[in-house]
Design a protein around this ligand. Structure first.
Ligand code: NAD
Length: 328
């Protein structure tokens, strides 16, 4: 049995990851540490095998609680999903983002080092980062793992800083690590403050949906299950102290994504009132990046990862999940 400390496992990606583990592997025990901020919910983690799972409510910045987990369980891997993750909120309260996304990471590293330093064999600290650390790639090349980091928002700056402290613990103390830079996830269990769930929730009530600026910002949308599969590939096969971009490599304008969502939802509910007239263009977000462009050759070639759920299928699965949740 391998023991994984998953942090932020009550949030969107973390809870999908835990579900992915229980559906696909029998030899992992998961300890989930989550502060249950507004973004986390225990409702997200219902389908679990209790004999291989334990939940701790707590802050990744709290040394004592993280240490108590290492004392109780022989932790092999730490996967750090916990973060303040909403870019808009980072613009109004950057400090909170630095506290969790930088100091929280350093605290997890410190405890990991304390318990692993006598024998790093088969141990790994896996930091979940984002394509946003490369900043705006408009009229620039696709960013590979060696591209200079150039974050735009306090959120992406805090995630880039989190990566730096992980690398420093690797270089200075020999702590084994990987960093995954994922693209824009969508799928079940995402907090309704985010574009896709917010849009679905409004569209089913035929309410207007706000779209920033001209809506032509391009993103690399990845279905969350494909992201989880990629994270698992890095955990199992990633070369020590390496970074992996994780995305589809396919760019879609936000507005095109939303129009596809509207079209699918309208057909699914047989409701012609759900149409593009519900799109309302609003003032753009401060410092809004036009394009994120990930070069994902490394994870595809070295770790044999590939996208399995395309946009059409992913949108259908996402809609199904939110409609079931809302009893539509
Ligand atoms: N969602 C995406 O599209 C995306 C893309 C790339 C990278 N990421 C990264 O993936 C990770 C998960 O993102 P998400 O979308 O699931 O975020 P989320 O906001 O849905 O979930 C974050 C979780 O972390 C918990 N948390 C926050 N602060 C904490 C703290 N101090 N201590 C313990 N727990 C805390 C919250 O309660 C919540 O359950 C983040 O690190 C994010 O930067 C997300």
């Amino acid at each position: 049995m391998k023991y994984i400390l998953v942090t932020g496992g009550a949030g969107f990606v973390g809870s999908n990851f835990i579900e992915f583990i229980f559906e696909n592997y029998e030899d992992y025990y998961i300890v989930n540490l989550d502060k249950l901020t507004y973004a986390g919910s225990l409702d997200n983690i219902k389908k679990i095998d209790e004999s291989r799972y334990h939940f701790y409510k707590g802050d990744i910045r709290n040394f004592q609680i993280v240490e108590s987990i290492f004392k109780k369980y022989p932790i092999d891997y730490v996967i750090n999903f916990a973060a303040e993750s909403h870019v808009d909120k980072s613009l109004s309260n950057p400090q909170k983002f630095l506290e969790t996304n930088v100091l929280g990471v350093q605290n997890l590293l410190e405890v990991s080092l304390k318990y692993w330093k006598n024998n790093f064999d088969n141990k790994k600290f896996l930091q979940i980062s984002t394509d946003e650390v490369y900043g705006d790639r408009y009229s620039k090349d696709y960013a590979d793992e060696n591209t200079l980091l150039n974050p735009s928002s306090p959120y992406s700056a805090s995630k880039a800083s989190g990566e730096m402290i992980v690398k420093a613990y690797g270089k200075s103390y020999g702590l084994p690590y990987n960093i995954v830079r994922s693209s824009n996830n969508y799928g079940p269990k995402q907090h309704e403050e985010k574009l896709i769930p917010m849009s679905i929730n409004r569209l089913i009530k035929t309410q207007k949906i706000p779209i920033y600026g001209d809506g032509e910002q391009k993103r690399d949308w990845i279905y969350v299950e494909d992201n989880c599969r990629g994270i698992m590939a890095v955990l199992k096969k990633g070369n020590d102290r390496e970074i992996y971009n994780l995305g589809t490599g396919i760019l879609t304008e936000n507005i095109k994504f939303i129009q596809a969502l509207i079209c699918r939802l309208s057909k699914r509910l047989n409701d012609k009132q759900i149409n593009n007239d519900l799109i309302e263009y609003v003032e753009d977000r401060l410092g809004h990046d036009r394009e994120y462009k990930l070069n994902c050759r490394k994870i595809k070639e070295k770790l044999d990862w590939k996208q399995t759920i395309d946009l059409e299928k992913g949108i259908e699965k996402t809609i199904d999940w939110y409609l079931n949740k809302n009893d539509c």
